[in-house]
Design a protein around this ligand. Structure first.
Ligand code: PLP
Length: 395
């Protein structure tokens, strides 16, 4: 089904659009789905959990019969911790390929778990590459798993997952993926990348509200994970076994969030699933980036690394530009943007995900233009230091 190009309704009740990677702007129907209470033990809710798991698995592509889906209460980081704690045995060792905040958070999680890891920190945005993975794995035979961040949301870079996974598999290692901000909009076919497990959450590209995440893992890995977890509530194996046996979550499920998520999945299917959603987000990004560049803004990343999820722009060099004021003025026009996470130069981010389309993105650019005028910023061009920084990436 082609991507629906009709204008998406503006959020009601005068809410601003969230140009953030999640929580993001959800549809009215998704919010409305939460106006009913569900008993966690009741058959109706058990059927909802079953349906949700099946629908998520249906997004995997050929080879999905080898996989199962286990939802976990909490935000996305709970799922990352659940995945690392459940699939990496106590004597395992993880190679963490980090190029931003989420890779570093995964390494921090390994510290808490007290399990061995090797951190490769590429800095704010440089992509990790397959040959680096191959080299490290050749030198360190203790490494059992490689953790890959799919879209590193802190810069918006789309990391080369297939290349990294191929290098890991060639060395006999298992692959774990944080696909939090990419799953549902960027293809990750299990016939191509045979990962042991991956995680995502309700409030990212499926466009649900926050409250749980989900682990998608090979069934043989789920079965083998018994006894690995450091944590009762984050034990993916135990949650899986209970769900298979009783259809229930082990502890209080976020019932309203699950109801909203099922509504969000309906919207995802109607839009043409991963391909349709990815096409709308890509169009959002292209329209927004082209418009911002016309105003003089420059992206941190070159074209080939830009994800359709979120884009980092350098703050303008003009002395009249001040991010907090830019943020407030954009908000007053109905758009909540996101501060940047670069350590070297000032930046901000604009998300392309959620209930918005290219018409919304044109209004975002228009709001940015008006805001620059109001701030008396003559040029949105970044400082030389930012452009020097970017050359490192191009080299
Ligand atoms: C959102 C996100 C997470 C999880 O963050 P929470 O704040 O715990 O939801 C993890 N990894 C990536 C890449 C993300 O984008």
């Amino acid at each position: 089904m082609p991507c629906d190009t009709s204008i998406i309704e503006a959020p009601r009740l005068g809410e601003p659009y969230l140009l953030t990677p999640g929580p993001l702007t959800t549809s009215y129907e998704v919010k409305e789905a939460m106006l009913r209470d569900w008993g966690s033990w009741d058959d109706d809710f058990r059927a909802m959990t079953r349906k949700m798991r099946d629908q998520l698995l249906a997004l995997l592509g050929d080879g999905r019969a080898d996989y199962d889906c286990v939802p976990i209460q909490g935000s996305g980081s709970y799922c990352v911790e659940a995945m690392l704690g459940s699939f990496v045995p106590a004597d395992g060792k993880v190679l963490v390929m980090a190029n931003g905040a989420y890779g570093l958070r995964a390494a921090r999680t390994m510290e808490y778990l007290g399990r061995e890891f090797h951190l490769v920190n590429k800095g704010d945005y440089m992509p990790p590459r397959g040959d680096e993975v191959a080299e490290i794995l050749a030198q360190d035979s203790a490494i059992t798993h490689v953790l890959i961040i799919h879209c590193e949301t802190s810069s918006g870079i789309l990391n080369p997952v297939e290349e990294l996974a191929d290098a890991a598999h060639a060395a006999g290692c298992k692959v774990l993926i944080d696909s939090m901000s990419a799953f549902g909009a960027v293809p990750l076919d299990v016939s191509r990348v045979k990962y042991a497990a991956m995680v995502s959450s309700a409030n990212k590209c499926i466009e649900g509200v926050p409250g749980f995440g989900f682990v998608i893992a090979r069934k043989d890995e789920l079965a083998a994970a018994e006894g690995n977890s450091h944590s009762l509530s984050l034990d993916v194996h135990a949650q899986w076994v209970t769900m298979e046996e009783t259809g229930q979550w082990r502890f209080t499920p976020p019932t309203h969030v699950v109801a909203a998520f099922l509504k969000a999945l309906e919207g995802h299917t109607a839009e043409g699933a991963v391909a349709g959603r990815g096409a709308r987000y890509t169009r959002n990004r292209d329209v927004m980036v082209a418009g911002m560049r016309k105003l003089g803004f420059e992206t941190l990343l070159a074209e080939r690394w830009l994800s359709p999820i979120i884009v980092t722009f350098f703050c303008p060099a003009d002395p009249n530009f001040e991010f907090t004021q830019f943020y407030e003025l954009m908000k007053s026009k109905g758009f909540i943007i996101y501060p940047g996470k670069l350590t070297v130069v000032d930046s901000f981010r604009v998300g392309c995900v959620g209930q918005m389309d290219e018409h919304t993105m044109r209004r975002v650019v228009e709001a940015a233009r008006e805001t620059l005028d109001e701030m008396n910023v003559a040029s949105a061009a970044p400082p030389q230091a930012a452009l020097d920084e970017r050359k490192i990436l191009a080299a």
